[in-house]
Design a protein around this ligand. Structure first.
Ligand code: ADP
Ligand code: MG
Length: 279
């Protein structure tokens, strides 16, 4: 089996940096909390003191029970919402609002039905005013995800899995440093989901993007991640930050039968159970 060609950036030294060669994380959260106020005025503590460093090129999965604040955390990382407390930074600079360095993919592909697939993917480029290099980039992305023959089709002519691949292309259009994904395959059937897992791994290995993948599937979190962050139920906190050293490229047959895969999924499941019972 192939050894991982990925440089091991992995767990970066925390802010107190030890050692001379401490790598600056791409994304850093310190003491990040989020409390919502509902329309009736009640306070909902969604997230509590999240501390996390994500190194450049890392593939980090975040897994946790429904309603534990995963989407909230992703929206904070994407600059789509403000934290109630704590700080978030991107490449060492405070994160203020959405950034071109961050691409986001949600559970629904949210393609505009009146635009072709190619125009949907190219939309962030045209909005950003860089028309001329948009077209070749769209072509290249379509090729990478195997949708070359579908650029001039409309979203309704594509299957759910194809639409989601187009949404990934759109997120990658402006060549972001990080790709944040919120349960991107949650609405797909099991087989399509497996195929897209493989595809995502391939895109990640080829592009060396930093990926943060939110999922409620323990298997998916281990299959894809270099690292799995396990969250408690609301208010979400980090219960466990676990390293996944399975060789890449991973494939379903070998990886899911690997004793290490089984050990990790068991450990995560046990941790989630403990977190749920601690309520
Ligand atoms: N805009 C909002 N206003 C009030 N409460 C919210 C809002 N968004 C999320 N919440 C609440 O915050 C908690 C975490 O939500 P969310 O981040 O969507 O969880 P997850 O993605 O893990 O399922 C939930 O209890 C949810 O109801
Ligand atoms: Mg969610």
């Amino acid at each position: 089996m192939l050894a991982s060609p990925k440089p091991v950036l992995g767990l970066v030294a925390p802010s107190g940096e030890t050692g001379i060669a401490a790598v600056r994380p791409l994304i850093s959260a310190r003491g990040v909390s989020k409390t919502y106020r509902t329309v009736s005025g009640a306070l909902v503590r969604a997230l509590e003191t999240m501390d996390i460093d994500i190194g450049e090129g890392d593939f980090v999965s975040i897994v946790g029970p429904s309603g534990c604040g995963k989407s909230t955390f992703l929206r904070l990382l994407a600059g789509l919402e403000e934290a109630s407390a704590g700080t978030l930074s991107l490449s060492g600079k405070p994160l203020k609002g959405p950034s071109q360095d961050i691409g986001v993919v949600f559970q629904e592909a949210t393609l505009l039905p009146w635009l072709t697939v190619a125009d949907n993917i190219g939309l962030p480029g045209r909005v950003g005013g860089r028309r001329d290099d948009t077209e070749p980039r769209v072509k290249e992305l379509l090729r990478v995800v195997g949708l070359s023959a579908f650029g001039d089709k409309y979203p309704y002519e594509l299957s759910g899995g194809m639409q989601q691949r187009a949404a990934i292309c759109r997120a990658l259009l402006r060549d972001p440093k990080a790709l944040l994904m919120d349960e991107p395959f949650g609405a797909l059937d099991a087989l399509t989901r497996e195929r897209l897992n493989i595809e995502l791994q391939r895109i990640w290995m080829a592009s060396r993007k930093t990926v943060v993948l939110i999922t409620h599937s323990i298997g998916e979190s281990v299959f894809l991640g270099d690292r799995v962050i396990v969250m408690s139920s609301r208010p979400g906190k980090i219960l466990m930050d676990i390293r996944v050293d399975l060789p890449r490229p991973r494939n379903f047959e070998e990886t899911t039968g690997d004793p290490e895969y089984l050990r990790l999924t068991r450990e995560i499941r046990a941790q989630l159970d403990r977190g749920a019972h601690a309520e």
